[in-house]
Design a protein. Structure first.
Length: 125
């Protein structure tokens, strides 16, 4: 990875919406703990957090207004539904790029898995 790994976990940018800041605090802590939070990752993390924030914002809006809206031509899906779908796709892609999905987290080397599965020979019979 290029870029300097951050010595401390950075605070979320002030311009991020509240839902995005909440995700930043969760994801940045995880990335920092795995020593993956370098300078060249911050913009991707920002984009990921914005996308997650949009998903949550759309969900809150639809929870208040309903998933179906009445229009002159009849009932239609709420416009936030399509925006939410796009934000979900973007968040999923960015999460994978950042290594924040379970598959990406556990698809590295098997060394850690093998260490966890070590059973002393005398217990095997």
């Amino acid at each position: 990875m290029e870029g300097a790994v951050a010595d401390r976990c950075p605070s979320p940018p002030s311009w991020l919406p509240q839902n995005a800041k909440k995700e930043w605090k969760r994801a940045a802590k995880e990335l920092h703990g795995r020593k993956l939070l370098a300078d060249d990752v911050l913009a991707t993390l920002e984009s990921y957090c914005v996308a997650v924030g949009q998903v949550r914002e759309c969900e809150e809006l639809m929870a208040t207004e309903g998933r179906i809206v009445k229009t002159e031509t009849g009932p239609k899906p709420h416009p936030a539904f399509r925006m939410q779908q796009g934000a979900m796709r973007e968040a999923r892609l960015l999460a994978a790029e950042l290594g924040l999905t379970p598959h990406r987290r556990y698809s590295g080397t098997n060394a850690e898995k093998e260490e966890d599965n070590d059973v002393p020979a005398d217990l095997l019979g």
